[in-house]
Write a protein that binds this ligand. Sequence first.
Ligand code: ADP
Ligand code: MG
Length: 224
Amino acid sequence: MIDFKGVHKTYPGAEPLHVLKGIDLHIDESELVSIMGASGSGKSTILNIMGIIDSYDEGEYHLAGHLIKGQSRMEQSRLRNELIGFIFQRYNLISFKNAMENVALPLYYRGVGQKERNSIAMNYLERVGLASHWDHLPSQLSGGQQQRVAIARALAMHPKIILADEPTGALDSTTTQDVMNLLKDVNKNEKLTMVIVTHELSIAEQTQRRIRLSDGRIIDDIRI
Ligand code: ADP
Ligand code: MG
């Protein structure tokens, strides 16, 4: 599903920063993988390359059999929309839209009519336990609830892969476990490939495969 061969990434600048120094990594369909590492070790950079929101300089990245190199922006966003669901630490919900509208919005860009996208959105809000909160604005939801809306929004697009960058980084420990339980459940029932970046050991310990990154290199790749 995800295949990195000798991937390097340097951020240019007065002092270029060599962030990824030869990443070899293969992730199969429906795996649940965590990536740990100190701040600045390149975790978000790897995830952004996986999700085709950042480029790489050397090596090869295949996503679901497609070599990600040299495509037009349009082709890249087509692949991204078809395959990838992102979940961010700060939820990235639209503040003036309610929960249902937030989940429905990406479906609008996919050309789904209003009635159908609202009904799909309600189904996914139900799935994450928030149907009764469909008309709440993000400001009227707790952090954990906002993250569940963001998860519903990702799922409604039927991605093959969920990429989550510190999805519980802004949550307290009880809510963290609620969100983790939901993500694990989705991985298991929907057979989605899931990559979770975290700096919390208690999160990584709940995944079957634990990758550790240090200074742009994979130093550990453990399957439980
Ligand atoms: P992590 O997510 O593990 O904290 P990142 O992948 O975000 O690490 O960043 C790795 C390094 O690259 C950091 O030193 C960061 O400051 C730097 N970096 C990240 N994004 C950029 C960018 N767009 N331009 C320049 N440097 C960047
Ligand atoms: Mg990061």
